[in-house]
Design a protein around this ligand. Sequence first.
Ligand code: WTA
Length: 634
Amino acid sequence: MVDQMKTLDDYKKAYKNSVENPKDFWGKQAENFVWYKKWDNVLDWNFNEPNVKWFEGGKLNITENCLDRHLDSRGDKTALIWVSNELDGEDKKYTYRELHTEVNRFANGLKSKGIKKGDRVVFYMPMVPELMIGMLACARIGAIHSIVFAGFSSQALADRVQDAEAKMIICSDFNNRGAKKIPVKAVVDNAIKMGCTSVETVVVHKNTGAEVEWNENLDIYLHDLTANVDDYCKPEEMDAEDPLFILYTSGSTGKPKGVVHTTGGYMVYTAYTFKNVFQYQEDDIYWCTADIGWITGHSYITYGPLLEGATTMMFEGVPTYPDAGRFWEIVQKYKVNQFYTAPTAIRALMAKGDDFVDKYDLSSLKVLGTVGEPINEEAWIWYFEKVGRRSIPIVDTWWQTETGGIMISPLPLITDMRPTFASYPLPGIQTILVDTEGNTIEENEVEGLLCVKHPWPGILRTTWGDHKRCKQTYFSAFPELYFTGDAARRDEDGRYRIIGRVDDVLNVSGHRIGTAEVENAINETPGVVESAVVGYPHDIKGQGIYAFVITKGKISDEAEFKKLVANTVRTEIGPIAKPDIIQLVSGLPKTRSGKIMRRILRKIATGDMSNLGDISTLLNPEIVEEIKRKAKNK
Ligand code: WTA
């Protein structure tokens, strides 16, 4: 098991050591795992290429470390508690031994369909145990999993399947979500029709049992795939730098890119951060409410907790079904010790009133966490007072799909807390702030662009099929630095407060959405000439999506047309990217070189019309008045 810091002094020593001797520091953590062959070199790196290699030459399998190595000491310990969507539903528990068997059987099933090391397998599944079992089964045989959040549309799914050239898709028939039953297999069928020619097999998990269309050439039920397989599958020997998974995420330009994480470094980093940030103790029950379709679910529902032999939970449903007390009902029922969720959920529950939280016994809680977006002070205080009953530390964890694990976070009862501050970088994380020219900002109490100057084991290695894009996106803004895309402020004691993205990426309910992606989708609507999308502050979602749309000629039924635009976005990307506000305009403010002046649109979307700056240099300054007049947020 990796080291666990216990005191402020431990943290200070670990941090100092990790900066002065990063190889010693991480080499020592890595020694706590099972390696079939030890690494030759802890770290080799160059941010210009970029080329980062951790534990080069080391051979391992991450599932050996998540499962097999716990069998002797924790075989009968609960590894996974799965909580059903229904209040009176049948929850499920898996011991480490049971989970091991399930993963091995699934892995043998995959092999029987010809899946082997390096093949890509896409998952499009709700929060069911089979998703966790399936991802681990891939890791067992060295196949690269790519999990697509099951709220994305067929088109978005097809884009990802094609980019990854996946050989297999694994899905469910239907998804139970709150009061709804959502078709899953039908979305996959549609994606296949869009030309996912690399796909040879679609594995269908019978979830609700409802009828689905069947394609004899491709489809097989999961229970048939694993009907006659062995309970044991020898783990594939992986190189530390062999890819473990691809996870698609939105950027400021073009289509989502496939962030690639590799085996050894990701393993060490997720285990270390899990154990320290949540201060996990052997008998604790840990619950992260994220969806496994996002990085938080990868690192802190599946890998981090299982690597540390924890009891991890997975919840099928939504926080407001059957009512806004559901999270707290679950915390009470399972005596949850660490609870990790997103600010958007906290704000949504806060809006439903205190009664839902007051009536439950939450005395088991020891640590509360948040992730995914800046938490506003009001939500932080509500979380602290109502959920934490003023006595439990909150860890506001800042990190990204690309970072693999938590980077900046308080350590509960070890470092201090300041509301809305993610606080201090974890050991191994050398954060700096730079100005727009790339000069390091030494002083505190100022705002800057957040960068990291030294690799940590969980850093992304490339973007799938396009290494140049990885360099361009993360390593080109400033030489020798990893650029996060976020702005941050450092206080007088060195705590960081994350301000938010400085690129054209929105953060809607903790989901990353590129404005370019939404614009491309809107532009697919018949009758649309051009569009511009910006974010604006939204009480629950953090950011809402505001779309300015130029139409061809006059639209007779504006309401109907806006519905059409919204539906196109839903079809192209998914409901999470649907604009909250659509304003039809006759033009967009542009510079003389034809660039849309988003700065002006952002201000208008925010309702801050007073000081739009100098607009006289625009190609069409008169358009600003028109847009202002009809703006929705005044
Ligand atoms: C934002 C999620 C403020 C940030 C793990 C980052 C946060 C983006 C925080 C990554 C936080 C994440 N405070 N902002 N605690 N955590 N963010 O890739 O803008 O889905 O760049 O990873 O979310 O989102 P992603």
